[in-house]
Design a protein around this ligand. Structure first.
Ligand code: ATP
Ligand code: MG
Length: 508
C-alpha cells in the first residue's frame, strides 16, 4: 500500500495532537508490564516514593521504584484484572491505615480492612504507614516493667515498656507462645496490643484469636493478618501498618505492645519484591537495604518522655532460625537492632524444659532498670546458678564421685531449672513469681524430688494467699524485701512446708 505525503502528515498530526496534554498530565500513566504483583508504569513523572496509585477495578498499588523512564509499583490487590495499556492514576497520598480505638478487638488486613465478620471499622483518623522514628530528645529510658507473666523471662531477661526484645529460635520452639502469653498477661494493665501475623497460616491466626477471645483478652488487641496466601506486598506492608496503629496510641500517652510474628518471613517477602523489582541482590539474595528496612521499623518503638505524653511502644519481633544458627544474615541484623534477645533452644523444648529459654545466650540490655526491686532481690543469682549448673552437669557425666559442693550445685540447679518451667497460656502475676522464686532462692525446695517442685510452688502460693495475705499486700505496696518481710515470708514458707511434709507422710 502506498501513502501519499498529505496522508502521512495527517496521520502524524493526529498522533501528536494530544502530545502537549500528555506531557502536562503527569498524574496519569500507562501500565507497560504487569506480573507477580508488580507493575511497571510509563508516565507518572512526578510520582513520589511510597505513593498510592489507583489502577482499574479499584486495585491500589504503591510506588517502590522511581526509574528514569518508568515507575515500579507493587500491587496491594490482585493483579489478575490488570493488563498492559491500562491507565494508572496518582492519588497524591502515601499509603495510610485507619488508627484509633475502633481497631481494638478486630482482625484487619495490612491496609486496615476488616477480615472478621463484625462489619466496617469505625475510625476518625488515618496515619501514613511510614514515619521517621522519634528523635533522641523526645525519648526517655525505660522505667516501667512490661510483665510477660513468664517466670524465666521476668526474672532473668526483664523487659521494660518501650524496649525492643527479639524472640529468636528454631521452628516450633514456643516463640509465638511467649508473645501471646505476654499479650494475655496485659489484661487489666492498660497496655494495648497489636499482633502482626506475617506469612502464617490463616488457621493458626484464627486459633490464636479464638483462644484470646475465650480468655476475655481480645478487647485490647488488634490483629493484623497478612497470611502466607497473601501476595508479598501485603506481607511487606503489614508491620509498618501495625506500627502506625501503635504510634497513634503511643502519642496519646498510652502504652502499646506490638508483636511481629515473624520478621524472617517479612524479610523473605521483601526479598521477593525486590528481586521482582529488579533491585540488585546482596548477601543471601536479600537486597542491600534489608537492614534499613527493619531498623527503620523497630526504631519507631520507644518510650516517649513526659513532655511528649510519656507513652511507649514495646516491640517483640520474632525471628526463626535454621538449626539454631543465630549468626545468619537476618538474625544478626535484628539482634543488632533490638535491645536484647530471648533465645529459644529446640533441644530444651524437646526435653520438656518449656519455655525453652537459653539463659546464657539471652539478654535484656535495658530491661533491668525497669525491673522491680523485689524481683532483683530474688532473681539476681539465677543466671549464674544456671550457668554453674550446666557446666557441672557435663562434668558429672564422667563419674559418680562428686564432692559435696558440686552435688549441692547440681541439686539446686536442677530445682531452679524445674521451677522455671511453665506451661503456655498460664502467665502469672509478678508477686507470685517473686514469692515462688524466693522459695527457690532460699533453697526451701532442694530436698524435694523434681516432679514435686512445681506442685509444691503453686500450693505454697495458694497457702500464702489464703493465710498470709498481708505478705502479698506488703510486697505489692513496697515492691521490695525488707529484712522483716524476708523473715515473715520465710517463716510462712516453713510453715507450709511442715504441713506439706505431714501430708506426704500420710499419703505414703
Ligand atoms: P512456629 O515455628 O511454628 O511458629 P513457634 O516457635 O511459634 O512455632 P509455638 O507455636 O509457640 O512455637 O509452640 C509450638 C507448640 O508448643 C504449640 O503447640 C504450643 O502449644 C506448645 N508450647 C509452647 N510453649 C509451651 C510451654 N511453655 N509449655 C508447653 N507447651 C508449649
Ligand atoms: Mg510461631
Amino acid at each position: 500500500m502506498k501513502l501519499n505525503p498529505s496522508e502521512i502528515s495527517a496521520l502524524i498530526k493526529e498522533q501528536i495532537k494530544g502530545y502537549e496534554n500528555l506531557v502536562e498530565s503527569s498524574d496519569v500513566g500507562t501500565v507497560i508490564a504487569v506480573g507477580d504483583g508488580i507493575a511497571t508504569i510509563y508516565g507518572l513523572k512526578n510520582a513520589m516514593l511510597g505513593e498510592l496509585l489507583l489502577f482499574p477495578n479499584d486495585v491500589y498499588g504503591m510506588v517502590m521504584n522511581l526509574n528514569l523512564d518508568d515507575v515500579g509499583a507493587v500491587l496491594l490487590g490482585s493483579d489478575r484484572q490488570i493488563k498492559e495499556g491500562d491507565t494508572v492514576k496518582r492519588t497524591h497520598k502515601v499509603v495510610e491505615v485507619p488508627v484509633g480505638d475502633g481497631l481494638l478487638g478486630r482482625v484487619v488486613s495490612p491496609l486496615g480492612l476488616p477480615l472478621d465478620e463484625v462489619g466496617p471499622i469505625s475510625y476518625a483518623k488515618t496515619r501514613p504507614i511510614e514515619r521517621i522514628a522519634p528523635g533522641v530528645m523526645t525519648r526517655k529510658s525505660v522505667n516501667t516493667p512490661l510483665e510477660t507473666g513468664i517466670k524465666a523471662i521476668d526474672s532473668m531477661i526483664p523487659i521494660g515498656r518501650g524496649q525492643r526484645e527479639l524472640i529468636i529460635g528454631d521452628r516450633q520452639t514456643g516463640k509465638t507462645s511467649i508473645a501471646i502469653d505476654t499479650i494475655v498477661n496485659q489484661k487489666g494493665k492498660n497496655v494495648k496490643c497489636v499482633y502482626v501475623a506475617i506469612g502464617q497460616k490463616n488457621s493458626t491466626v484464627a486459633g490464636i484469636v479464638a483462644k484470646l477471645k475465650a480468655r476475655g483478652c481480645f478487647d485490647y488487641v488488634t490483629v493484623i493478618n497478612a497470611s502466607a496466601s497473601e501476595p508479598a506486598p501485603q506481607q511487606y506492608v503489614a508491620p509498618f501498618a501495625g506500627m502506625a496503629m501503635a504510634e497513634e496510641w503511643m502519642e496519646n500517652g498510652e502504652d502499646v505492645l506490638i508483636v511481629f510474628d515473624d520478621l524472617s518471613k517479612h524479610a523473605v517477602a521483601y526479598r521477593a519484591l525486590s528481586l521482582l523489582l529488579r533491585r540488585a541482590p546482596g548477601r543471601e539474595a536479600y537486597p542491600g537495604d534489608i537492614f534499613y528496612l527493619h531498623s527503620r521499623l523497630l526504631e519507631r518503638a520507644c518510650k516517649l518522655s513526659k513532655d511528649y505524653g510519656g507513652g511507649s511502644i514495646t516491640a517483640l519481633p520474632i525471628v526463626e532460625t535454621q538449626a539454631g544458627d543465630i549468626s545468619a544474615y537476618i538474625p544478626t541484623n535484628i539482634i543488632s537492632i533490638t535491645d536484647g534477645q530471648i533465645f529459644l533452644v529446640s533441644d530444651f523444648f524437646a526435653s520438656g524444659q518449656r519455655p525453652a529459654v537459653d539463659s546464657g545466650l539471652s539478654v535484656s540490655r535495658v530491661g533491668s532498670s525497669a525491673q522491680i526491686k523485689a524481683m532483683k532481690q530474688v532473681a539476681s543469682s539465677l543466671k549464674i546458678e544456671l550457668a554453674n549448673y550446666r557446666e557441672n552437669l557435663s562434668f558429672s557425666q564422667f563419674g559418680s564421685d562428686l564432692d559435696a559442693e558440686t552435688k549441692r550445685i547440681l541439686t539446686h540447679g536442677a530445682v531452679v531449672t524445674e521451677a522455671l518451667k511453665q506451661v503456655n497460656w498460664a502467665p502469672m502475676n509478678m508477686i507470685r513469681e517473686i514469692i515462688e522464686l524466693f522459695a527457690v532462692n532460699k533453697k526451701f525446695l532442694d530436698d524435694l524430688s523434681l516432679p514435686e517442685v512445681n506442685p509444691f510452688l503453686s500450693e505454697m502460693y495458694q497457702y500464702i494467699e489464703d493465710s498470709h495475705r498481708e505478705i502479698i499486700d506488703e510486697l505489692n505496696e513496697k515492691k521490695a524485701f525488707t529484712d522483716e518481710l524476708n523473715e515473715k515470708l520465710a517463716s510462712a514458707i516453713k510453715e507450709y512446708k511442715k504441713t506439706y511434709e505431714l501430708k506426704k507422710e500420710a499419703t505414703k
